[in-house]
Design a protein around this ligand. Structure first.
Ligand code: BGC
Length: 392
């Protein structure tokens, strides 16, 4: 047996805007409905998980998982600047309570890409008071995360958020050819993360950190590619891992790798297996991200907060996850502290600018009836969780 540490968190992850539906006060909803948008379709009802979260959690718990990562939607808590919805605070508190009732540890994300439309209108992450506003929002979430939540992710993938703020189109959520990051926004996200952690530190026993999309950038060995690797990779990945030093944990989210030549990132070579997002099928991505996160953060405990593939062939999802977990186990053997593995994603969902086509879920969802159908990969991962390991 390849056994994982005692108390290991085995779970699946989601994000509010991608599954809840009708998140009408968020900036994404606005962009989805702009004339000439590059977003292929609007999120609409999404998976209607706003109403069906208990069923979603029940399926994960029944399969054998012990953890569910979900996000709170700032635009619901504070739909207008300074206007707080107590009813929505209660809604998310009920989600935390439901997770406990079903035997799931809730891992809660405060901001998963989307912000209230008023926050974007008033200057977005470039506004002078952006970090104050995020700290104030964090305070509003204390009734939700202040009891019974051990892990809070402040900001999801600030590195991707800074790239999306870099001015290019939002359709570019892919490893190959990522936009230039807006470094001012990167600093504002870091400041917001720190301020949010300060607020959360009032809660005893709560661990806070952020989650970083590690891209496994690799030089292709041509002259000049090592220099380009540093120039391209440092502001997109490594800087954020370094800035995580001192946090309670660090979320690593990994999917694929990207080769860098002397002129920049290279497309996946012909003949290499790719997924529905066009990314290379590359199971070692999570372990490689984990190794660099551990090294650059100076030994902050890691949680894999996202890892998975978009595919219509569920056997490839199982193969991918099996490969990823074997490599992660080897990292643990090497002394790297890993607290959990959260698969992306619990459900097929709204994959941002690509719409509903790329299916990352362990559970399929009929978009008209909202009927959930677990895929074999959910039972497979649940069995790994129950055994707390894999057979060698
Ligand atoms: C994000 C998710 C997204 C996933 C697959 C991560 O960048 O946190 O929201 O769906 O990767 O693209």
């Amino acid at each position: 047996m390849l056994t994982f540490p005692d108390g290991f968190l085995w779970g699946a992850a989601t994000a509010a805007h991608q599954i809840e539906g009708n998140n009408i006060n968020s900036n994404w909803w606005v962009h989805e409905h702009e004339a000439g948008t590059n977003i292929v379709e609007p999120s609409g009802d999404a998976m209607d998980s706003y109403h069906r979260y208990r069923e979603d959690m029940q399926l994960l718990a029944d399969a054998g998982l012990n953890t569910y990562r979900f996000s709170i939607e700032w635009a619901r808590i504070e739909p207008e600047r300074g206007i707080v919805s107590r009813a929505e605070v209660d809604h998310y508190r009920r989600m935390v309570d439901t997770a406990h009732e079903l035997g799931l540890n809730p891992v809660v994300t405060l901001m998963h890409f989307t912000v209230p439309r008023w926050f974007e209108r008033d200057g977005f992450w470039r506004a002078k008071d952006a970090a104050d506003l995020f700290a104030r929002y964090t305070e509003l979430t204390l009734p939700i995360v202040g009891e019974g939540v051990e892990h809070v992710c402040t900001i999801n993938e600030p590195n991707i958020a800074a790239m999306l703020a870099g001015g290019e189109d939002a359709a570019n959520l892919v490893a190959y050819g990522l936009p230039n990051p807006d470094l001012f926004v990167a600093d504002a996200l870091l400041e917001s993360h720190k301020r949010s952690r300060e607020v959360l530190s009032q809660v005893s026993g709560l661990k806070s950190g952020w989650t970083i999309a590690t891209q496994a950038f690799r030089s292709n060995g041509e002259p000049g590619s090592d220099e380009m690797l540093r120039e391209y990779g440092y502001p997109r990945d490594d800087w954020y891992l370094e800035q995580s030093a001192g946090d309670d944990f660090l979320g690593v989210q990994a999917y694929t790798r990207t080769f860098i030549g002397p002129k920049g990132p290279l497309p996946v070579e012909d003949g290499v297996e790719t997924t529905l997002t066009g990314w290379e099928f590359y199971p070692p991505a999570a372990a490689e991200g984990m190794r660099s996160a551990w090294e650059l953060s100076g030994g902050v405990p890691i949680m894999i907060t996202e890892n998975g593939i978009a595919t219509s062939d569920d056997t490839r999802r199982i193969d991918y996850t099996d490969g990823a977990l074997r490599e992660l186990h080897a990292c643990i053997q090497d002394g790297i502290q890993l607290e959990g593995y959260l698969h992306w994603s619990a459900l097929d969902n709204y994959e941002w600018a690509s719409g509903f086509r790329p299916t990352f879920g362990l559970i399929a969802v009929d978009r008209e009836t909202f009927v959930r159908t677990p895929k074999p990969s959910l039972a497979w991962l649940g069995n790994v969780a129950k055994a707390n390991g894999l057979t060698e």
